[in-house]
Design a protein. Structure first.
Length: 269
């Protein structure tokens, strides 16, 4: 009944991208949806650049931007690549007979709108989702023993304070937009930087590397960002290879999504 079913994933960041990749590889027909100019920093670990460049490759799988319903259906039917679209969400929602909707936008402080009932299966990732109310099931996304755990009823864990330590550095490895504006940079993911080096600008504001290392996260140059948006991440370990590919956290969250889908499929059969 569910072979080759269609799944829509919201968000082309590292979490949404890895979920789409894993779902594609087990046989689902997957599409990714995002806004026209996503601020995603970890583009080396995501399909985000397909929005800007028309195509992106992650772990050997290609995602390709589509701008029409006919392209969307053709790509899902062919199952050679993952289609990415920025067409209005409401239009995409009614453009196919989706089995499931996965909200992987990872909007940590936003209150998610009710999505339960939009399609047969809805799954929310991260803080503020309520399983059984706003979505059918939710998945924990905070680091720890419960990362990837399925929440069948009630809320996911509240947003906790500090990000995971990487190479001995926590929040200090990130740059957050001090003002709203157009983010501009000449650097690329994987570039080496020194502490204090100017890495980007926001209007007249200069953004400097807080530590030395390699660029792990970098919002696409030219994108408008809101104040406090996370726009740069420096990896203090200095390994350029480590800032590309599938991250551990997205893989574990994707594993939870696969289990949740299997669980709900049995309930809805």
């Amino acid at each position: 009944m569910y072979k080759d079913s269609k799944i829509l994933v919201r968000g082309t960041g590292d979490v949404g991208s890895v979920i789409a990749l894993e779902l594609f590889r087990v046989g689902y027909r997957v599409a990714l949806h995002d806004e026209p100019a996503p601020t995603t920093p970890r583009r080396g670990m995501a399909f985000t650049d397909a929005v800007f460049n028309g195509a992106a490759v992650l772990d050997g799988l290609t995602a390709r931007r589509v701008s029409s319903f006919s392209e969307l259906h053709a790509m899902m039917s062919a199952r050679q690549v993952v289609p990415v679209t920025t067409m209005p969400f409401g239009a995409i929602l009614i453009a196919a007979d989706w089995l499931a909707l996965i909200d992987a936008r990872m909007r940590k402080r936003a209150q998610p709108e009710r999505q339960r009932g939009l399609v047969p299966i809805t799954i929310g990732l991260g803080p503020n989702f309520v399983a059984g109310e706003t979505v059918d099931l939710a998945i924990e996304t905070s680091w720890g023993d419960r990362l990837g755990a399925i929440i069948e009823a009630g809320s996911t864990m509240a947003l906790v304070g500090e990000p995971r330590v990487l190479g001995g550095i926590g929040r200090a490895r990130f740059i957050y937009a001090p003002v709203a504006g157009r983010f501009e940079t000449k650097l690329q993911i994987g570039d080496a930087v020194d502490a204090g080096e100017v890495v980007a600008t926001l209007g007249v504001a200069l953004l400097v590397a807080p530590i030395g290392g390699v660029i792990r996260g970098l919002t696409r140059s030219g994108v408008k960002v809101a104040i406090h948006t996370k726009v740069v991440e420096v990896d203090p370990r200095g390994n350029a290879v480590a800032v590309f590919g599938l991250g551990e956290r997205p893989r574990r969250i994707a594993g939870g999504v696969l289990k949740a889908l299997a669980q709900l499929r049995l309930l809805k059969t």
